[in-house]
Design a protein around this ligand. Structure first.
Ligand code: BEZ
Ligand code: FE
Length: 304
Protein backbone atom coordinates (compact mmCIF):
# COMPACT_ATOMS: atom_id res chain seq x y z
CA UNK A 1 0.00 0.00 0.00
CA UNK A 2 1.33 3.50 -0.75
CA UNK A 3 0.46 6.43 1.45
CA UNK A 4 -2.15 7.51 -1.12
CA UNK A 5 -3.95 4.18 -0.72
CA UNK A 6 -4.90 4.76 2.90
CA UNK A 7 -8.60 5.63 2.85
CA UNK A 8 -8.37 7.33 6.24
CA UNK A 9 -11.00 7.14 8.92
CA UNK A 10 -12.97 9.43 11.15
CA UNK A 11 -12.83 8.56 14.82
CA UNK A 12 -16.13 8.00 16.64
CA UNK A 13 -14.83 7.17 20.12
CA UNK A 14 -11.97 5.55 22.05
CA UNK A 15 -12.78 2.12 20.64
CA UNK A 16 -12.02 3.12 17.04
CA UNK A 17 -8.60 4.76 17.61
CA UNK A 18 -6.30 1.72 17.63
CA UNK A 19 -7.52 0.23 14.33
CA UNK A 20 -7.37 3.61 12.57
CA UNK A 21 -3.85 4.34 13.85
CA UNK A 22 -2.65 0.90 12.72
CA UNK A 23 -4.28 1.34 9.31
CA UNK A 24 -2.49 4.70 8.91
CA UNK A 25 0.82 2.88 9.38
CA UNK A 26 0.00 -0.09 7.16
CA UNK A 27 2.19 1.19 4.33
CA UNK A 28 5.40 0.79 6.38
CA UNK A 29 7.84 -0.79 3.93
CA UNK A 30 10.22 -2.30 6.45
CA UNK A 31 8.43 -5.44 7.71
CA UNK A 32 10.29 -5.56 11.02
CA UNK A 33 9.62 -1.87 11.72
CA UNK A 34 5.95 -2.50 10.96
CA UNK A 35 5.82 -5.48 13.33
CA UNK A 36 7.48 -3.50 16.14
CA UNK A 37 5.40 -0.34 15.80
CA UNK A 38 2.12 -2.29 15.35
CA UNK A 39 2.79 -4.14 18.60
CA UNK A 40 3.79 -0.89 20.30
CA UNK A 41 0.47 0.67 19.28
CA UNK A 42 -1.56 -2.36 20.35
CA UNK A 43 0.13 -2.76 23.73
CA UNK A 44 0.50 0.99 24.30
CA UNK A 45 -3.18 1.64 23.62
CA UNK A 46 -4.18 -1.34 25.78
CA UNK A 47 -2.02 0.05 28.59
CA UNK A 48 -3.67 3.50 28.33
CA UNK A 49 -7.08 1.85 28.51
CA UNK A 50 -6.10 -0.45 31.38
CA UNK A 51 -4.89 2.40 33.62
CA UNK A 52 -7.39 4.92 32.17
CA UNK A 53 -4.64 7.52 32.03
CA UNK A 54 -5.94 10.99 32.97
CA UNK A 55 -5.00 14.16 31.07
CA UNK A 56 -2.86 15.30 34.01
CA UNK A 57 -1.05 11.95 34.20
CA UNK A 58 -0.42 12.02 30.45
CA UNK A 59 1.15 15.48 30.79
CA UNK A 60 3.21 14.29 33.73
CA UNK A 61 4.43 11.25 31.78
CA UNK A 62 5.44 13.35 28.79
CA UNK A 63 7.24 15.83 31.07
CA UNK A 64 9.07 12.89 32.66
CA UNK A 65 10.28 11.65 29.26
CA UNK A 66 11.35 15.18 28.35
CA UNK A 67 13.33 15.43 31.60
CA UNK A 68 14.97 12.04 30.91
CA UNK A 69 16.19 13.34 27.54
CA UNK A 70 17.33 16.64 29.01
CA UNK A 71 19.35 14.86 31.72
CA UNK A 72 21.58 13.25 29.04
CA UNK A 73 24.95 14.62 28.04
CA UNK A 74 28.23 13.22 26.66
CA UNK A 75 29.11 11.82 30.09
CA UNK A 76 25.72 10.61 31.26
CA UNK A 77 22.90 8.63 29.61
CA UNK A 78 19.64 8.87 31.57
CA UNK A 79 17.70 7.04 28.80
CA UNK A 80 19.81 3.90 29.29
CA UNK A 81 19.43 4.28 33.06
CA UNK A 82 15.63 4.40 32.70
CA UNK A 83 15.62 1.24 30.55
CA UNK A 84 17.84 -0.41 33.17
CA UNK A 85 15.74 0.36 36.28
CA UNK A 86 12.57 -0.76 34.48
CA UNK A 87 14.13 -4.18 33.78
CA UNK A 88 13.93 -3.59 30.01
CA UNK A 89 17.68 -3.91 29.46
CA UNK A 90 17.96 -7.17 31.40
CA UNK A 91 14.98 -8.68 29.59
CA UNK A 92 16.42 -7.77 26.16
CA UNK A 93 19.86 -9.09 27.17
CA UNK A 94 18.41 -12.43 28.27
CA UNK A 95 16.04 -12.78 25.30
CA UNK A 96 18.95 -12.37 22.92
CA UNK A 97 21.92 -13.73 24.82
CA UNK A 98 20.89 -16.70 26.90
CA UNK A 99 19.74 -20.18 25.94
CA UNK A 100 20.26 -23.83 26.76
CA UNK A 101 23.51 -24.07 24.76
CA UNK A 102 25.57 -23.57 27.91
CA UNK A 103 26.80 -20.16 26.91
CA UNK A 104 27.34 -17.52 29.57
CA UNK A 105 24.22 -15.39 29.85
CA UNK A 106 24.45 -11.77 28.76
CA UNK A 107 23.84 -8.89 31.14
CA UNK A 108 22.97 -5.27 30.48
CA UNK A 109 25.66 -3.01 29.00
CA UNK A 110 24.78 -0.15 31.38
CA UNK A 111 25.31 3.55 30.82
CA UNK A 112 29.06 3.63 31.56
CA UNK A 113 30.54 1.68 28.65
CA UNK A 114 33.01 3.81 26.69
CA UNK A 115 34.87 3.01 23.52
CA UNK A 116 38.61 3.44 23.13
CA UNK A 117 39.78 1.66 26.26
CA UNK A 118 43.58 1.29 26.51
CA UNK A 119 45.05 -1.98 25.25
CA UNK A 120 46.99 -4.02 27.77
CA UNK A 121 49.11 -7.15 27.74
CA UNK A 122 47.86 -9.98 29.93
CA UNK A 123 48.93 -9.62 33.57
CA UNK A 124 49.05 -5.81 33.36
CA UNK A 125 47.19 -3.56 35.78
CA UNK A 126 44.15 -1.48 34.75
CA UNK A 127 44.23 0.60 37.95
CA UNK A 128 46.40 3.71 37.90
CA UNK A 129 49.57 3.89 39.99
CA UNK A 130 48.75 4.34 43.67
CA UNK A 131 45.05 3.44 43.29
CA UNK A 132 43.62 2.78 46.73
CA UNK A 133 41.77 -0.49 47.33
CA UNK A 134 42.44 -4.19 47.77
CA UNK A 135 44.35 -5.74 44.86
CA UNK A 136 42.28 -8.02 42.65
CA UNK A 137 43.84 -10.58 40.29
CA UNK A 138 41.52 -11.77 37.56
CA UNK A 139 42.25 -14.91 35.58
CA UNK A 140 39.58 -15.86 33.06
CA UNK A 141 39.14 -18.15 30.08
CA UNK A 142 37.04 -17.68 26.97
CA UNK A 143 35.70 -21.00 25.72
CA UNK A 144 33.29 -22.25 23.06
CA UNK A 145 30.24 -24.27 24.10
CA UNK A 146 32.27 -27.35 23.02
CA UNK A 147 34.82 -26.52 25.74
CA UNK A 148 37.48 -25.55 23.18
CA UNK A 149 39.46 -22.38 24.01
CA UNK A 150 38.74 -19.27 21.93
CA UNK A 151 42.12 -17.68 21.14
CA UNK A 152 42.61 -14.07 20.03
CA UNK A 153 39.26 -12.86 21.42
CA UNK A 154 39.20 -9.17 22.31
CA UNK A 155 38.00 -8.55 25.85
CA UNK A 156 36.86 -5.12 26.97
CA UNK A 157 36.78 -4.71 30.76
CA UNK A 158 35.38 -1.81 32.80
CA UNK A 159 34.61 -1.39 36.46
CA UNK A 160 33.89 1.10 39.23
CA UNK A 161 36.56 2.08 41.78
CA UNK A 162 36.71 0.87 45.39
CA UNK A 163 34.49 3.85 46.29
CA UNK A 164 31.95 2.89 43.64
CA UNK A 165 32.63 5.51 40.96
CA UNK A 166 33.49 5.04 37.28
CA UNK A 167 36.36 7.29 36.15
CA UNK A 168 34.01 9.44 34.08
CA UNK A 169 32.07 10.26 37.28
CA UNK A 170 35.15 11.01 39.33
CA UNK A 171 37.62 13.85 38.72
CA UNK A 172 40.17 12.20 41.02
CA UNK A 173 40.69 9.31 38.58
CA UNK A 174 42.68 9.62 35.35
CA UNK A 175 40.86 9.28 32.04
CA UNK A 176 39.91 5.65 31.33
CA UNK A 177 41.17 4.36 34.67
CA UNK A 178 39.84 0.87 35.46
CA UNK A 179 39.08 0.22 31.81
CA UNK A 180 41.14 -1.96 29.50
CA UNK A 181 41.27 -4.29 26.53
CA UNK A 182 42.95 -7.67 26.48
CA UNK A 183 43.50 -10.47 23.96
CA UNK A 184 43.06 -14.12 24.84
CA UNK A 185 46.02 -16.43 24.29
CA UNK A 186 46.03 -19.82 22.54
CA UNK A 187 44.53 -21.33 25.70
CA UNK A 188 41.64 -18.82 25.60
CA UNK A 189 42.94 -17.17 28.79
CA UNK A 190 43.32 -13.54 29.73
CA UNK A 191 44.39 -12.05 33.02
CA UNK A 192 44.88 -8.70 34.65
CA UNK A 193 45.43 -6.96 37.92
CA UNK A 194 43.05 -4.36 39.29
CA UNK A 195 41.53 -3.20 42.56
CA UNK A 196 38.39 -4.73 43.98
CA UNK A 197 35.37 -2.67 42.87
CA UNK A 198 32.71 -1.58 45.35
CA UNK A 199 28.97 -1.78 44.83
CA UNK A 200 27.52 1.63 44.10
CA UNK A 201 24.31 3.60 43.75
CA UNK A 202 23.21 4.40 40.19
CA UNK A 203 22.93 8.17 39.61
CA UNK A 204 19.87 9.48 41.47
CA UNK A 205 20.05 13.22 40.77
CA UNK A 206 17.79 13.03 37.69
CA UNK A 207 14.21 11.97 36.92
CA UNK A 208 15.08 8.26 37.23
CA UNK A 209 16.24 8.91 40.80
CA UNK A 210 12.89 10.60 41.51
CA UNK A 211 11.10 7.52 40.14
CA UNK A 212 13.17 5.20 42.38
CA UNK A 213 12.38 7.37 45.41
CA UNK A 214 8.65 7.31 44.59
CA UNK A 215 8.88 3.51 44.41
CA UNK A 216 10.80 3.31 47.71
CA UNK A 217 13.62 1.44 45.95
CA UNK A 218 17.27 1.64 46.95
CA UNK A 219 19.60 2.67 44.12
CA UNK A 220 22.40 0.12 44.69
CA UNK A 221 24.16 -2.33 42.45
CA UNK A 222 26.26 -5.16 43.90
CA UNK A 223 30.02 -5.06 43.27
CA UNK A 224 30.78 -6.27 39.74
CA UNK A 225 33.10 -6.15 36.74
CA UNK A 226 31.84 -5.61 33.19
CA UNK A 227 33.10 -7.64 30.24
CA UNK A 228 32.42 -7.40 26.52
CA UNK A 229 34.01 -10.25 24.54
CA UNK A 230 34.41 -10.14 20.77
CA UNK A 231 35.72 -13.06 18.69
CA UNK A 232 35.52 -14.03 15.02
CA UNK A 233 32.85 -16.71 14.52
CA UNK A 234 31.16 -16.07 17.89
CA UNK A 235 28.25 -13.95 19.08
CA UNK A 236 29.53 -11.03 21.16
CA UNK A 237 29.06 -11.54 24.88
CA UNK A 238 28.29 -8.43 26.94
CA UNK A 239 28.07 -9.49 30.56
CA UNK A 240 29.06 -8.83 34.16
CA UNK A 241 30.58 -10.87 36.99
CA UNK A 242 29.30 -10.17 40.49
CA UNK A 243 31.23 -10.58 43.75
CA UNK A 244 29.77 -13.49 45.69
CA UNK A 245 30.15 -11.67 49.02
CA UNK A 246 28.60 -8.40 47.87
CA UNK A 247 25.55 -6.70 49.36
CA UNK A 248 22.45 -6.29 47.19
CA UNK A 249 22.98 -9.45 45.10
CA UNK A 250 19.27 -10.17 45.36
CA UNK A 251 18.05 -6.60 45.04
CA UNK A 252 20.20 -5.16 42.23
CA UNK A 253 18.39 -1.97 41.21
CA UNK A 254 18.83 -2.85 37.54
CA UNK A 255 18.09 -6.61 37.85
CA UNK A 256 21.45 -7.62 36.34
CA UNK A 257 22.38 -10.45 38.70
CA UNK A 258 22.05 -13.88 37.18
CA UNK A 259 23.00 -16.92 39.24
CA UNK A 260 25.56 -17.96 36.60
CA UNK A 261 27.26 -14.57 36.76
CA UNK A 262 28.19 -14.71 40.44
CA UNK A 263 31.95 -15.21 40.70
CA UNK A 264 34.01 -16.27 43.69
CA UNK A 265 36.08 -13.32 44.91
CA UNK A 266 38.51 -15.26 47.04
CA UNK A 267 40.24 -13.40 49.84
CA UNK A 268 43.95 -14.15 50.50
CA UNK A 269 46.29 -13.01 53.23
CA UNK A 270 49.47 -11.17 52.16
CA UNK A 271 52.05 -13.55 50.70
CA UNK A 272 52.90 -14.93 47.31
CA UNK A 273 50.19 -13.82 44.87
CA UNK A 274 49.55 -14.80 41.24
CA UNK A 275 51.86 -12.02 40.01
CA UNK A 276 54.55 -12.29 42.72
CA UNK A 277 54.86 -11.16 46.33
CA UNK A 278 51.90 -9.29 47.78
CA UNK A 279 52.47 -7.01 50.75
CA UNK A 280 48.73 -6.60 51.37
CA UNK A 281 45.80 -8.98 51.50
CA UNK A 282 44.31 -9.46 48.05
CA UNK A 283 41.49 -11.09 46.11
CA UNK A 284 41.47 -13.47 43.16
CA UNK A 285 38.70 -14.15 40.68
CA UNK A 286 38.74 -17.12 38.28
CA UNK A 287 35.96 -17.26 35.75
CA UNK A 288 35.13 -19.07 32.50
CA UNK A 289 33.14 -17.26 29.82
CA UNK A 290 31.38 -19.51 27.30
CA UNK A 291 30.63 -18.04 23.87
CA UNK A 292 27.97 -19.21 21.41
CA UNK A 293 28.84 -19.43 17.73
CA UNK A 294 27.58 -16.51 15.69
CA UNK A 295 28.56 -13.19 14.22
CA UNK A 296 30.25 -10.55 16.36
CA UNK A 297 28.39 -7.28 16.91
CA UNK A 298 29.70 -4.10 18.48
CA UNK A 299 27.56 -2.17 21.00
CA UNK A 300 27.42 1.59 20.62
CA UNK A 301 28.91 3.23 23.71
CA UNK A 302 26.12 5.17 25.53
CA UNK A 303 28.65 7.86 26.54
CA UNK A 304 31.83 9.25 24.95
C1 BEZ B 1 26.55 -0.27 35.48
O1 BEZ B 1 26.69 -1.39 35.90
O2 BEZ B 1 27.53 0.30 35.06
C2 BEZ B 1 25.21 0.36 35.53
C3 BEZ B 1 24.13 -0.32 35.02
C4 BEZ B 1 22.88 0.27 35.07
C5 BEZ B 1 22.72 1.53 35.62
C6 BEZ B 1 23.82 2.21 36.13
C7 BEZ B 1 25.07 1.61 36.08
FE1 FE C 1 28.69 -1.20 36.50
Amino acid sequence: MTKLDWPGGVIDDATSVTAIVKAAMAGTQDARLKEIVDALIEHGHAFLKQVRLTDAEFEQGLAFLRAVGQACNDRHNEVVLLADVLGFSTLVALLNNADASGRTPGALLGPFYRGGSPEYENHQCIACEGSPGAPLFVHARVLATSGQPVPNAMVDVWQASPVGLYENQDDSQPDRNLRGRFRTGVDGAFSFRSVRPAGYPVPTDGPVGALLAAQQRHPYRPAHLHFAIFAEGYATLVSQVFADDSDHLETDVVFGVNRRLIGRFEHHAAGTGPHGDQRDAYYTLDFDFILAEGTPTYPTPPIQ
